[in-house]
Design a protein around this ligand. Structure first.
Ligand code: CA
Length: 426
């Protein structure tokens, strides 16, 4: 229970400079306080803010929302809340900023209300924020596509001919996308050693893929196409995304229809959805697209975001060790182009659909976003501080991803995307 005289709240939710969640962030997620149902929340510093409780106390009464709209705050997934639309979302964000402003007296001296609205983050369980309908994974980092092409095909023709003309992607599976903190058993499947026929057993090459994903905030009808200039209207926000991959299964199965069992055993997202409004100060140019694109993929302005990305590995009982540092700005194809391409044939989007970027690798070796690239297909094992080494992920290794954008004034973060690879489930 939070009280106004709680020393932790002495300076009214004082947020540390290196916090991912200053008052300017206002992400959205689903929390489950103990003994209560799941509900819509935001986060400020180390506190979760229960928006369903705030709505019941009347803090959102002036938003012009009807009774049915207000029910969205009490839902156990964000889909209905997201469907309220960006104009409503902006009013809600503004209202939260107002209530939690340092000089605000709206909530801070009301112990009874505070105890129902504010929870130390350790006291709530983070749940899957959204019911993901359809999930698409792109392949939008040129460095990653080139590295994979060199390793598996031909160094002279590393990029396939279509790659520079369209944001290549595939339809993945949403049932196995889980929230950070969910552990995933090692997959089993068919693999084929170079010197023999196919065998069955646990994957020996479980890998992470460092990706970002966006959540669709607005639906379209069959036949609709979204132009690049409107595409951001359809993005509710972004999360970190770990597209776990079993390289040995993937290598044997992927021809000719692409990824299947090597990918769908589990992917992990960070629990807070960060809005594009919060990321606005971090817009940047993407890589130059020197091969001209067809008109439907052309765009104006800065459509990439400068978001720093870190991946750590933590063997059981050991300290976490950083494996790589990358950045979302390296993505060759931006989200607007991905959306324009995805819908150019009339494919419809629904609220809560998710699109992941593809592994985000940068130009130098320490920016590669997968073990496959970092250990160069297992030929250059990575030394860890405890004296062991890794080619791929071993049982009981935890993979932790962080993402944040920062400038001189502010830091906007995504928190953590964390999962432990367990032994094969018997
Ligand atoms: Ca991927």
């Amino acid at each position: 229970m939070i009280k106004a005289n709680n020393p932790e709240l002495k300076s009214w939710l004082k947020v540390k400079n290196d916090s991912d969640f200053p008052i300017q962030n206002i992400p959205f997620g689903i929390i489950k306080p103990s003994g209560l149902s799941s509900r819509v929340a935001t986060r400020i510093g180390d506190y979760a803010i229960d928006l369903s409780a705030m709505s019941e106390f009347g803090y959102f009464d002036e938003m012009g929302m009807g009774y049915k709209d207000m029910l969205a705050f009490r839902s156990c997934k964000l889909n209905d809340f997201i469907a309220l639309g960006k104009p409503v979302m902006r009013k809600i964000r503004d209202r939260i900023s107002e209530v939690f402003d340092y000089n605000s007296n709206l909530l801070r001296h009301d112990d009874a209300q505070m105890s129902q609205v504010i929870y130390p983050i350790q006291q709530v369980e983070m749940k899957m924020p959204v019911d993901i309908g359809d999930y698409t994974d792109f392949y939008s980092s040129k460095e990653h596509a080139r590295n994979v092409g060199i390793m598996f095909r031909d160094p002279d023709k590393a990029l396939l001919p279509n790659w520079t003309h369209m944001p290549v992607g595939y339809h993945g599976r949403s049932s196995s996308i889980v929230v950070s903190g969910t552990d995933i058993p090692r997959p089993q499947g068919q693999t084929k050693p170079d010197d023999g026929g196919p065998i069955f057993g646990p994957s020996k090459q479980v890998d992470f893929e460092l990706e970002m994903a966006f959540v669709l905030g607005k639906e379209t009808e069959l036949g609709d196409s979204i132009p690049t200039e409107n595409a951001e209207d359809y993005i509710f926000g972004m999360v970190l995304f770990n597209d776990l991959s079993a390289r040995d299964i993937q290598k044997w199965e992927y021809v000719p229809l692409g990824p299947f069992l090597g990918k769908n055993f589990g992917s992990v997202i960070s629990p807070w959805i960060i809005t594009l409004d919060a990321l606005e100060p971090f817009r940047t140019k993407g890589p130059v697209q020197d091969i001209p694109v067809l008109p439907y993929l052309s765009f104006h302005g800065n459509k990439n975001f400068d978001i720093k990305l870190d991946v750590f590995i933590q063997p059981m009982g050991k300290k976490a060790h950083r494996l790589c540092q990358s950045n979302t700005k390296y993505l060759y194809w931006n989200m607007c182009q991905q959306i324009a391409h995805h819908t150019v044939n009339g494919c419809n989007f629904k609220v809560g659909d998710m699109c992941a970027s593809g592994t985000i690798s940068g130009p130098s070796k320490d920016t590669f976003g997968s073990m496959l690239e970092l250990s160069w297909k297992g030929t250059k094992p990575l030394p860890l501080p405890d004296g062991s080494e890794r080619k791929f992920i071993e049982d009981n290794d935890t993979i932790i991803m962080h993402a944040y954008a920062e400038n001189d004034q502010i830091r906007i973060g995504f928190g953590e995307c964390k999962t432990k690879i367990l032994a094969v489930k018997k």
